[in-house]
Design a protein around this ligand. Structure first.
Ligand SMILES: [Zn+2]
Length: 217
């Protein structure tokens, strides 16, 4: 497999799950998914996070007043079938160690994955502090620390947000940054060196340091 292509297309998986790719990119991602178990595993984790956010997109609500079914397969099929919408939002990748995630994976329904190992992904509760923010989050334990998969909308467009993890001793460790996308949903991966067993919470802070979202882990 072409590593550069894998890296480039993997960064598009969030936008793919959110149905924000143009047709050429979507086709490229689909073709890559057929041959890349790592990206299929990553998409399997992202798609459930992206689904609820897509459902609150006003443009989609006009077409589909009902909430999309929670099933992964339906979410992905909806993303494939629906028309692309500009502007495209790129998936914000906040961390350099993303590829470590690919060591394990989950198969998904519409592509053949004969013996899918499991990603131990764990949904966690989040509390928005700032008005207008909607978010969901899951965490994934790793040998090197804890990964947070954060989906959300309502973060001020163009503004930088920092995520920190607080451990059981009250220390904080950086988990990465992302750029707000306003009403458009975004999905980002954040990685901290705090081990899952030591982590107690995480915070999303705006440029002034104000906490805009808290997560309990
Ligand atoms: Zn790949």
């Amino acid at each position: 497999m072409n590593v550069e292509e894998h890296r480039r297309l993997r960064e598009l998986l969030g936008a793919y799950a959110l149905n924000q790719l143009d047709p050429a990119e979507r086709t490229a991602v689909q073709a890559h998914l057929d041959g890349c178990a790592e990206c299929r595993a990553e998409l399997a984790v992202i798609a459930p996070l992206a689904g609820p956010l897509r459902s609150v997109d006003p443009a989609r609500l006009e077409r589909r007043p009902e909430l999309p079914p929670p099933g992964l397969e339906e979410s992905i099929l909806a993303a494939i079938k629906a028309e692309p919408r500009p502007p495209r939002r790129r998936w914000i990748l906040a961390a350099a160690v993303l590829f470590a995630v690919g060591a394990s994976g989950v198969g998904i329904g519409y592509v053949a994955a004969p013996d899918p190992p499991k990603i131990p992904i764990e949904p966690v509760s989040v509390t928005p502090i700032a008005a207008g923010i909607r978010s969901t989050a899951s965490v994934v334990p790793h040998t090197w620390g804890m990964e947070i998969k954060l989906a959300g909308s309502g973060y001020e467009p163009g503004r930088r947000y920092r995520v920190v993890v607080l451990d059981s001793d009250g220390r904080t460790a950086p988990a990465g940054e992302f750029i707000g996308t306003g009403p458009a949903p975004m999905v980002c991966n954040l990685n901290s060196s705090v081990l899952r067993a030591e982590a107690r919470s995480f915070e999303v802070r705006d440029e002034s340091g104000r906490v805009v979202l808290e997560g309990q882990v």
